[in-house]
Design a protein around this ligand. Structure first.
Ligand SMILES: [Zn+2]
Ligand SMILES: [Zn+2]
Length: 204
């Protein structure tokens, strides 16, 4: 018996669909045959081992191949349902590797986001997670979101500016800062009525 990829497996839609658990129109259709370790269905399709979701997309759109690149970045078939084993064409769209990566980061699905703690062991709770806007995506201009650990950030600031940290907590410093802010605001908005300093809670 010879086993060779030179004998391409049939590109037979019936063979493909026989391995799918077809559900209702809007449900996920689960791939029942072999899967990659990331959960994507795999099938010999012509001369290569192809992703089942990619085959589903090609069958749906009646094309033999997907474009190699989109906007200079590798073409990928993306899941709107975030279920890698799904081959329902309604949940699939064509994107690029760059776009897919940004999608993962902004939806909190990137493998970084799977971690429970930061590298110094602070838990990634909602309170402890800060988000800043990163650079804009080259693909479609949407900004990336970058998360940071608030505990690490404040520890870093305390270490870098130990004196400033103490000074900034004093009433004197805060009053001075707020007075300066009010002054600048009054300059920019000469007609605004200013209320003066906010009433302060008396110390117990
Ligand atoms: Zn799905
Ligand atoms: Zn941390």
């Amino acid at each position: 018996m010879s086993w060779s990829t030179k004998n391409p497996a049939d590109k037979n839609p019936d063979r493909f669909w026989s391995k799918v658990d077809i559900g209702k129109a809007n449900e996920c259709w689960e791939w029942t045959a072999s899967k990659s370790n990331k959960g994507y269905g795999k099938l010999w399709w012509g001369p290569k081992l192809e992703g089942a979701h990619r085959i589903a997309y090609m069958l749906e759109h009646d094309v033999d191949q997907l474009p190699k690149q989109i906007n200079g970045s590798r073409t990928e078939v993306m899941h709107s349902c975030d279920n890698p084993g799904c081959v329902n064409a309604r949940h699939l769209s064509l994107g690029s590797a760059a776009l897919n990566q940004r999608d993962k980061v902004n939806k909190g699905r990137h493998h970084f986001h799977v971690r429970k703690t930061c590298s110094r062991g602070h838990a990634w709770t909602k309170e402890n997670t800060g988000w800043i806007r990163g650079h804009k995506s080259k693909v479609d201009g949407t900004p990336w979101k970058v998360r940071y650990c608030r505990a690490c950030h404040s520890a870093r600031m305390k270490k870098a500016y130990p004196k400033e940290q103490k000074i900034r907590k004093t009433r004197e410093y805060k009053d001075k800062k707020n007075a300066r802010r009010r002054e600048l605001y009054a300059q920019r908005h000469p007609n605004a009525k200013l209320r003066g300093p906010m009433p302060r809670k008396k110390d117990k």
